[in-house]
Design a protein around this ligand. Structure first.
Ligand SMILES: Nc1ncnc2c1ncn2[C@@H]1O[C@H](COP(=O)(O)OP(=O)(O)OP(=O)(O)O)[C@@H](O)[C@H]1O
Length: 262
């Protein structure tokens, strides 16, 4: 991975509007065990309204697992997840109303078209008629899906599938977004577009996104949570992550080897 040119600012100047101290995404002592193996270990953090946070870490670090715990898709072995103040163990439906989730591999309905998928998810969320048609039109336009709206999702390129997943996550206009590797597998043009979309969304929403890509953090986020072997090993700003290091790549390497700083 290349280092940044020295004549460019090291971190993004992107700062979403109206950040407050209201916690919107909370992990409180979250752990997940598969047998004796801990995929997430006692993970605690809180992301406030208006923050755009990156979940950074090497392959297998526990990012997807922790995101699934936060969204209520997986039950934790210990600890609590809260979305917009709702306990995702006991108040999951209330939390889900406020949450849009892009899972790791996008939507898993290969025979459905984007239109039928969005209609299905809209109905499941209690939307119908004109309201749903308007919302579908809006997310289709926002995610540039017009050209593939009637095609089977299984036949779409990875980039389009990812955007269908994004449209589904945005359909009910949630104020919290959890996006698992939103730019994975996209070509450089698609990456630019998705980053632009996330920057726009970050002006009004609270976002946690996972990535391996340090440039992604710089381009979109004002907070970094670094996870390694299931543990949170760094929680701070992109500036703090890069502090005293030649570049982000060195810091990533250092934290992946077990250095701890939270
Ligand atoms: N259902 C499961 N059963 C057993 N082990 C699992 C299961 N799901 C995940 N794991 C293991 O938990 C660890 C964390 O996986 P996870 O997918 O959360 O990592 P990640 O940080 O998202 O990785 P990547 O960046 O490669 O997507 C990995 O070692 C993985 O093999």
């Amino acid at each position: 991975m290349s280092s940044l040119p020295t004549d460019r600012p090291r971190v993004a100047e992107f700062v979403p509007v109206e950040r407050t101290d209201e916690p919107m995404i909370e992990a409180i002592g979250l752990s997940k065990y598969y047998g004796n193996f801990a995929a997430s270990r006692d993970v605690t953090f809180s992301i406030n309204k208006g923050e755009v946070a990156a979940f950074l870490g090497p392959n297998g670090a526990g990012k997807s697992t922790t995101m699934k715990l936060l969204t209520g898709y997986l039950a934790p072995s210990a600890g609590t997840a809260k979305i917009a103040g709702f306990n995702m163990g006991t108040e999951r439906l209330l939390g889900a109303e406020r949450l849009g989730y892009l899972p790791e591999n996008g939507p898993l309905y290969p025979d459905m078209s984007p239109r039928s998928l969005l209609t299905f998810f809209g109905n499941a969320r209690g939307m119908a008629g004109m309201e749903l048609r308007k919302r579908i039109e809006e997310v289709v336009s926002r995610c540039h899906l017009e050209a593939v709206i009637g095609k089977p999702i299984g036949k779409l390129s990875k980039g389009y599938r990812q955007r269908v997943g994004m449209a589904q996550a945005l359909l009910h206009n949630p104020d919290v977004l959890i996006l698992d590797e939103p730019t994975a597998g996209l070509d450089p043009n698609q990456i630019r577009e998705v980053r632009k979309l996330i920057r726009e969304l970050g002006e009004t929403k609270t976002i946690l996104l996972s990535t391996h890509i340090l440039q992604e953090v710089e381009a979109m986020c004002n907070r970094v949570l670094f996870i390694n072997e299931g543990r949170l090993v760094f929680d701070g700003t992109p500036q703090e992550l890069a502090a005293d290091q030649a570049d982000f790549d060195d810091r990533f390497h250092e934290l992946s080897r077990g250095a701890r700083r939270t």
